[in-house]
Design a protein around this ligand. Sequence first.
Ligand SMILES: Nc1ncnc2c1ncn2[C@@H]1O[C@H](COP(=O)(O)OP(=O)(O)OP(=O)(O)O)[C@@H](O)[C@H]1O
Ligand SMILES: [Mg+2]
Length: 432
Amino acid sequence: MIMINELSRLLAVNGYLPHGFCINWSPLLIWTYVISDILIFLAYFSMPMALVYFARRRKDFPYRWLLWAFATFIMACGATHLMGAIVLWYPLYGLDAALKAFTALISVATAVILWPLIPQALKLPSPGQLKRVNEELQTVNTALLAEKARQEELIRKLAEAHSQLLQSEKMASIGQLAAGVAHEINNPIGFVNSNLGTLQHYMVDLFKTLSAYEQSEGEMSTETRGVLTKLKQQMDLTYLRDDTNNLLSESIEGLQRVKRIVQDLKDFSHVDETGKQYANLEQGLDSTLNVVWNELKYKAEVVKEYGGIPEIECIPSQLNQVFMNLLTNAAQAIEAHGKITLRTGHNGENVWVEVEDTGKGIQPEHLDRIFEPFFTTKPVGTGTGLGLSLSYGIVQQHGGRIEVSSEVGKGSVFRVVLPQHASPAQSSATSA
Ligand SMILES: Nc1ncnc2c1ncn2[C@@H]1O[C@H](COP(=O)(O)OP(=O)(O)OP(=O)(O)O)[C@@H](O)[C@H]1O
Ligand SMILES: [Mg+2]
């Protein structure tokens, strides 16, 4: 009894006894209080930490200040529990009361501000709602993406149609010009050719007559023979006879070439032919080659490896445009001097035409783009970037395809594969 009195005197502060006295220092109660209070304090301490961490990470959370209020009041609650453990030994009831008052204040304040927020909080979309909205948004997004792809496809088709229009206008003018020139040249060529033929006959007759005169020279007077011999020497009659023949043969041959070129120009332009017909692509290739020969002849040696392909149902003038584009591209790809090989072949269903060059080749990153309208790597003024896009369109309309393989620094091969017979759909599309 004396010991207890002594202890209470020691522990008493301002006349208060530690709380432990009230429970008679029962170890079971003391430790239950202490352990529970400390655990509660630790739990209450960790919760605000979590809230503060959340508030700092989620800057977009609309009620961040409320989180701070919660954190403060939970922390205060925790502190009151810690105080509960302390007052078991130290009767700091004043501090305990102050802490409780502060906790009460902040709890009430938090409770008061919480209620008005409830209607607003109820309006916040639930995760389920958000999920639904998200799903709807995703559906709309997919639809938008599909629409975007459709629009891009439309734009591509429009650009293709535009380029085709530009090119076909260009080709139509070239065709008309070629046909006009061919027509104009055809007439004079015709009579010059016929006149030269007649002249050749005349000359044969003339030289025959001259020979007859020469044979009768023996019967002439010495004086007349001398004059004639002198004249023959002056005129170099032997040379004249041979050369006249040569000149006429060469001129007739030259005229044949001009006639061929005129015929090629006509074949190339085919201005009157708009519908499909059966035509031989090797002939088309030859006539196109002659038309672009001027651009090619200094650049490359042209080798033909024709496989004797059958006639195919096509619009020859359009395919000639394709060949012209491929041939000019091949020539333009060759920097100094190279080789262009033209190959043809067939396999029952399809025929193919290949234009191979030993030019600079196509950069791998450009391979996907060369058929795009306006794609060009040539300097301004040299290329419009429409040649291949037009060719692609034409070949596609014929139900065929263009294949490319190229190696930088070595050269390129363009292969046009076409069906031998047009499908009914293509026939009606072109005749429409
Ligand atoms: N045989 C080839 N060798 C190397 N590059 C080629 C060849 N053919 C085409 N190309 C590349 O493809 C691009 C597009 O060719 P396309 O024929 O469409 O246009 P272009 O030749 O530049 O201009 P255009 O034909 O309208 O005058 C060229 O600029 C070139 O870079
Ligand atoms: Mg081109």
